[in-house]
Design a protein around this ligand. Structure first.
Ligand code: NIG
Ligand code: FE
Length: 412
């Protein structure tokens, strides 16, 4: 199947040479071609350039994109999209004045979701999650990472990971799975955190490795959840089972988790709402991607990741949704990009770089996705007719997407 998009008003994130990530000053540039064409063949990008050089050969379909733009589909590198039910009761409690911590302390939060998940069948969990996955694809997401972490029992965690695997097999979107057994201490291990960690390491990890259920390992490194020592333990054990770290760190408290993650060659450190200069120094020269999750800051009313400090230190930054029932019940990457511009003072160029190429890196997909490059997967957003790409974050809460293509086909 050969497809030609012609008369594209502006083709964004064009990289002739593949690059691994965009950092610092370079994030200010979003390379593009105005009045462009783009060819795809089956699931791959095969050619692009200026309309003056548009090939004349025969195509199965020609799409006239006059007035419209094309950019790579969003790469959402941090989600908890597989969950059971919702937590809008807690949302109302927070409106009335309770904090996230107070809600968690009275049995809400992650433990509330874990209880719901363990009472839900694998089939129902798949159906609920598939609906969310279809919705985010329509919103322009072409690659997604999904974590476990609402099971908190051996069976519950394996059930979540099997659902993620089934989503991967059922949809064209690229899915990466992360084992987040160390998300909270379940009630059954209330006074026995080390017993819980032992179960995760000795029972869950070997099963996950054997059944190839996850690529990554995560831990909620946070006061009241898991310490630096716990993080060391989980990341070292993960390594032995071939699981690469991507961790929750500095959401509410700085504990030194950034340096620990880097020591263990984490692919990403996510949240970073709180950030000390030592964290920035630790990130310099590392191969770890900092990831900001602005929807969580928005929803909980907590600080935003200081994007300007990170970028001005020469570091890269990725943006992701954190889609989950407690702190970010939205998988909308368009909202993330807009919020990054509005609240974190990222320019549209920086935000689009962060939500495409850098997001792809944070899932180990930078060779296949995240830019318009020959040989990469044809995961694309075709916008409606818009005046400029800055209109995408500017018109926050609106949808500027006309069609989404995943591996060369219109998203289901
Ligand atoms: O990334 N911080 C830990 N995990 C999620 C929230 C989980 C929940 O509240 O259900 C997050 O914000
Ligand atoms: Fe998260």
């Amino acid at each position: 199947m050969k497809l030609l998009f012609k008369n594209i008003k502006e083709l964004l994130q064009v990289r002739s040479e593949p690059i691994t990530w965009v950092a610092g000053e370079a994030m200010k540039t979003l390379p593009s071609i105005q009045n462009a064409f783009l060819c795809i063949e089956d699931d791959l990008i095969t050619d692009f350039g200026k309309m003056a050089d548009c090939p004349q050969k025969s195509f199965d379909e020609i799409i006239d994109a006059t007035g419209k733009m094309i950019l790579p589909a969003w790469c959402d590198s941090h989600t908890h999209l597989v969950f059971a039910g919702n937590r809008e009761g807690e949302f109302v409690d927070r409106i009335k004045g309770l904090s996230y911590e107070e809600i968690a302390n009275k049995g809400g939060g992650i433990l509330n979701s874990a209880q719901k998940l363990n009472q839900t069948s694998e089939e129902s969990l798949f159906e609920q999650s598939a609906k969310r996955l279809e919705e985010v694809m329509q919103l322009g997401t072409g690659a997604i990472e999904i974590k476990s972490g609402y099971g908190l029992t051996l069976e519950g965690e394996l059930k979540m990971l099997r659902v993620i695997k089934k989503l991967k097999e059922s949809y064209p979107i690229e899915v990466k799975a992360t084992f987040l057994g160390a998300h909270a201490i379940p009630a059954t291990y209330k006074d026995d955190k080390s017993g819980y960690l032992k179960m995760l390491i000795e029972e869950a990890m070997p099963r996950i490795a054997q059944e190839k259920l996850a690529e990554y390992v995560d831990i909620f490194c946070e006061k009241g959840y898991f310490s630096i020592e716990d993080t060391e333990l989980i990341l070292a054990a993960g390594k032995q089972h071939g699981l690469i770290p991507k961790i929750h760190v500095n959401q509410f408290t700085v504990m030194g988790g950034v340096a620990t993650a880097i020591k263990h060659q984490a692919l990403s450190v996510d949240h970073l709402k709180e950030l000390e200069d030592a964290d920035i120094e630790a990130l310099k020269g590392s191969s770890t991607m900092p990831v900001a999750l602005p929807s969580c800051s928005f929803f909980l009313g907590i600080p935003y990741t200081p994007a300007r400090r990170l970028i001005e230190a020469g570091l890269p930054l990725a943006l992701a949704t954190d889609y989950n029932p407690g702190s970010a019940p939205s998988g909308n990457m368009n909202f993330v990009v807009a919020t990054a511009c509005i609240k974190m003072k990222m320019t549209p160029e920086e935000a689009i770089n962060a939500a495409t190429l850098n997001g792809a890196y944070a899932m180990g997909l930078e060779k296949e996705l995240g830019s318009i490059t020959i040989g990469k997967k044809a995961n694309l957003i075709l916008t409606k007719a818009i005046s400029s790409y800055a209109f995408i974050p500017y018109s926050f809460g609106e949808n500027q997407i006309e069609k989404v293509y995943i591996k060369g086909k219109i998203a289901p």
